[in-house]
Design a protein around this ligand. Structure first.
Ligand SMILES: NC(=O)c1ccc[n+]([C@@H]2O[C@H](COP(=O)([O-])OP(=O)(O)OC[C@H]3O[C@@H](n4cnc5c(N)ncnc54)[C@H](OP(=O)(O)O)[C@@H]3O)[C@@H](O)[C@H]2O)c1
Length: 335
């Protein structure tokens, strides 16, 4: 088994190194790629020093079985042919191919089987906010079809990459020193602030991130569900949070939902409001599961249920989900 990581210096790339080691992913060789900026840099993987190669249009992917790519949509589009031409499966974290009809968009807890049908040798890893939401929705969908979702997200700085996380930390330091904070990665200062915009606006007034939640949820769940999202960047470092309202075909009780969440793959329930216990990004960062809490009936809708959901978007929302797809393919002998 020969594995490659493309974009290893980034927030998601670094998480791939940790997740692959943590899960003892079966492999004989690991290749690391980046742009000219990080080429030559050395990273350690399970005691081995591995130098980053510059990603080029050559034969470097000959013999590679799985390539985990997280270097942005432009890079994925430009290099997909180079990466897959000798048979490597490309599991791509960018938005480049997610909505293409011949590219499966996979969250193993929800639609693992879709990963087997990949005519172009590419499997897309969904948008991070969508991944954690569909993991939590799956057990409810099993109880009763979800017709409509309203969701407000509270997205951590690291969702915009390693440099954005550094900028948030630096802003707090600069403000403490009485200096003007550097604002480069987001449109506004994020420290002591919230920004109700993630990604660019589309014609209907929703941002691209919000439309990803609409379109990707439908594709992953094979569903006609309507999703109305409002995505907000918050000064958390890592792990996205979501307030979710679902409307099901028949009323679902809190007890039913609680028990379905408890049994669901990849979900952990933290819901003891009387003890002030609910999921929070500070405590969910670096954890594998998606956490849910504050499970209640929606008092404005007899068929409505509402809950709070927190997941580490670099881990389950990116690297871990991709590695779980690869593990599924290995288990199913479907590489
Ligand atoms: N951060 C998240 O929470 C998250 C979650 C899900 C999906 N994603 C997606 O994952 C991808 C990476 O995100 P990130 O947050 O890890 O960003 P990041 O921290 O900014 O890292 C970007 C990575 O891409 C590499 N890269 C850029 N241009 C390249 C090129 N031409 N050739 C080879 N490598 C190139 C960079 O390498 P150099 O350092 O060498 O330039 C770096 O390793 C994006 O598509 C993003 O949308 C991110």
């Amino acid at each position: 088994m020969k594995v490659a990581i493309v974009g290893v210096s980034g927030a998601v790339g670094q998480e791939f190194l940790r997740v692959l080691a943590e899960r003892n992913f079966p492999m004989d060789e690991l290749l690391l790629f980046g742009s000219a900026r990080s080429a030559g840099r050395v990273y350690e993987y399970c005691g081995k020093q591995i130098a980053v190669k510059e990603l080029k249009h050559n034969d470097d992917f000959k013999g590679v079985d799985i390539a985990f790519t997280s270097a942005g949509a432009g890079t994925s589009k430009e290099f997909a042919e180079t990466i897959t031409k000798y048979g490597a499966i490309m599991i791509d974290n960018s938005s480049a191919f997610r909505m293409d009809h011949d590219i499966p968009l996979v969250v193993p807890e929800v639609n693992a089987e879709d990963a087997k049908n990949r005519p172009r040798g590419i499997i897309a890893n969904p948008n991070c906010t969508t991944i954690q939401m569909v993991v939590a929705l799956k057990p409810i969908e099993k109880l009763s079809h979800i017709k409509r979702i309203h969701v407000a997200t509270y997205q951590a700085a690291s969702g915009a990459g390693a440099a954005a996380m550094d900028e948030l930390k630096e802003q707090y330091n600069q403000i403490a020193r009485g200096e003007e904070p550097t604002v480069e990665k987001f449109a506004y200062q994020l420290a002591y602030n919230l920004i109700p915009q993630v990604d660019v606006f589309t014609e209907n007034g929703y941002t691209k991130e919000e439309m990803k939640m609409f379109n990707e949820t439908r594709k992953i769940m094979h569903s006609d569900v309507e999703v109305s999202a409002l995505c907000v960047r918050v000064p958390a470092l890592r792990a996205h949070s979501e307030a979710i309202w679902v409307e099901t075909e028949r009323p679902v009780s809190v007890e039913e939902a609680h028990s379905a969440f408890e049994k669901a793959e990849g979900v952990v329930v933290v819901d003891k409001p009387e003890h002030k216990e609910y999921p929070m990004p500070l405590f969910v960062a670096t954890k594998d599961p998606v956490y849910v809490g504050r499970i209640r009936k929606d008092i404005s809708n007899p068929n409505g249920l509402t809950f709070w959901c927190v997941g580490d978007q670099i881990k389950k929302g990116a690297a871990l989900n991709a590695v779980q797809i690869a593990e599924y393919l290995i288990k199913e002998k479907a590489l």
